[in-house]
Design a binder for this molecule. Structure first.
Ligand code: 5AD
Ligand code: SF4
Length: 465
């Protein structure tokens, strides 16, 4: 199965016999890893003649790739299932079968409940087992309901068909590549160790081969993904375990790859090798997503983060010494059980001390089965909202300051796609922010020098130089 290569075959079938083609609609919730997983699942189904469609209305298979990280994520899935069930009923009247599948982290956490609560669902499949999706679809088409949430003993990546070059090309010049999955850290708020399982690192050879395929299909920028990506320690040639810094140096050698990134990191795993990569590798973008969650040592301890605010500050100092122009991004949770006004002030203080160019902040949401959910002194929702507002105001101000500080500066962008307005082109800055250009400064995939002229709501405007 490993060598399945369909490039061309499926595309020809679509043109010659559109009636023989089955359509799959995948809706993705949550993190970038889910985006990557959706792509891999779509590719795996291509071997059975499925092409992707962007509406559920004409889909023979609707797949929801779900997220369980916060409350509303799962609720959205149940309401979406209601909508899709009606489409399924409509299509059935016209004699057309629609299979419904639920994949991802809600599937893993609540598989049996989904089966009970949503009888229209045909397949429930977890993030660790989706290499078995084509088989699950075959069984569902034969009239079975399929629940696949047992952790697989086999390596799913060994069992998935290789990336399809045609799909990669269709997705543009940037790509995700999962190198690590799962988590052994057990932060007390987090459901990931339960939905994604324990930490697994893909071996070097597998990652390099996938990156080479991406490069061959025209990808210029790769973002390495992992729930704890900087804890990656994959097996290298000869059996020695590598660290992420070493891997980045190896990937930088691949012809065509001009930019590398990685996300999401834990402060405890920023080792010297990785910091050295930031110092020495130009292709490693000067941007780092390094969540701290809270600025209060008391709350950090209750969250089981296993570092203090001061540890984080000293780490940032070391990273900035290695790469002075690095831009930092973070995640924050407000209203963790027991968080007082003083604890929250500590969070505002560390945000002021560090300065983030980008951030994601959330109200604490108790996740069933996690230690945080059973803790005492849950914070009132109103207090959470108020704290979130104050934190977001500060973070937005920092983002605005950062963007304003770029005006007049020279930088480079990766040309990605035409813009929304006629004649405009969109590129990606080293700091991820989209850059709008008034005219086409080169070909898609080129990296061109530009001068930032002004800032927009969530973008920058620039001119080629
Ligand atoms: N409640 C609120 N936010 C959470 N996150 C993870 N779990 C929870 C939760 N239970 C946030 C963290 C994490 C990001 C991906 O989501 O900030 O870094
Ligand atoms: Fe959501 Fe976490 Fe699962 Fe990603 S890994 S989909 S963020 S629960």
């Amino acid at each position: 199965m490993n060598e399945t290569n369909l490039s061309g075959g499926l595309e020809a079938l679509v043109q010659q016999r559109p009636d023989a083609v089955k359509r799959v609609f995948v809706k993705t919730y949550g993190c970038q890893m889910n985006v990557y997983d959706s792509q891999r699942m779509t590719d795996a189904l291509a071997a059975d003649g499925y092409v992707a469609t962007d509406t559920p209305d004409d889909a023979d298979l609707v797949l929801l790739n779900t997220c369980h990280i916060r409350e509303k994520a799962a609720e959205k899935v149940y309401s979406e299932l209601g909508r899709i069930r009606r489409i399924k009923a409509e299509r059935a009247k016209a004699g057309r079968e629609t299979l419904i599948g639920v994949a991802g982290c809600v599937a893993q956490a609540e598989g049996e409940e989904i089966m009970r609560r949503a009888p229209a669902v045909d397949i429930v499949i977890g993030p660790q087992t989706y290499h078995r999706l084509p088989d699950a679809v075959r069984r569902a088409r034969a009239g079975n309901r399929v629940l696949e949430t047992d952790y697989a003993l086999e390596d799913k990546f060994e069992h998935l068909p290789q990336l399809r070059e045609a799909s990669v090309r269709g997705r543009g010049v940037t790509a995700f590549l999962t190198v690590q999955e799962g988590c052994d850290k057990f932060c007390t708020f987090c459901v990931v160790p339960y939905t994604r399982g324990s930490e697994v690192s893909r071996p070097v050879a597998q990652i390099v081969a996938e990156a080479e395929r991406l490069a061959h299909a025209g990808v210029r920028e790769i973002t390495l993904l992992g729930q704890n990506v900087n804890a990656w320690h994959g097996e290298g040639p000869g059996g020695r375990r590598w660290g992420l810094g070493e891997l980045l140096f190896r990937l930088a050698e691949i012809p065509g790859i001009a930019r590398l990134r990685y996300t999401t990191s834990h402060p405890r795993d920023m080792d010297d090798g990785l910091i050295a990569a930031h110092r020495d590798l130009d292709v490693l973008m000067p941007y780092l997503h390094l969540p701290i969650q809270s600025g209060s040592d008391r709350i950090l301890k209750a969250m089981n983060r296993r570092h203090t605010a001061d540890d984080y500050m000293r780490l940032i100092d070391r990273i900035r010494a290695a790469r002075p122009d690095i831009a930092l991004s973070g995640d924050f949770i407000v209203g963790f059980p027991g968080e007082t006004d003083d604890d929250f002030e500590d969070t505002l203080r560390i945000v002021r001390d560090v300065t983030f160019v980008q951030a994601f902040s959330f109200k604490y949401s108790p996740r069933p089965g996690t230690p945080g959910a059973d803790m005492e002194f849950h914070v009132d929702e109103g207090v959470k909202s108020e704290r979130l507002q104050r934190l977001q105001a500060l973070l937005t101000e920092q983002q605005g300051d950062f963007a304003a500080g770029l005006v007049g500066r020279l930088t480079n962008v990766l040309i990605e796609k035409p813009g929304r307005s006629h004649g405009q082109w969109v590129g990606r800055s080293p700091w991820l922010m989209p850059v709008i250009l008034d005219e086409k400064p080169g070909e898609i995939g080129d990296i061109v020098d530009v001068r930032i002229m002004r800032t927009g709501a969530n973008s920058l405007f620039a001119q080629a130089v």
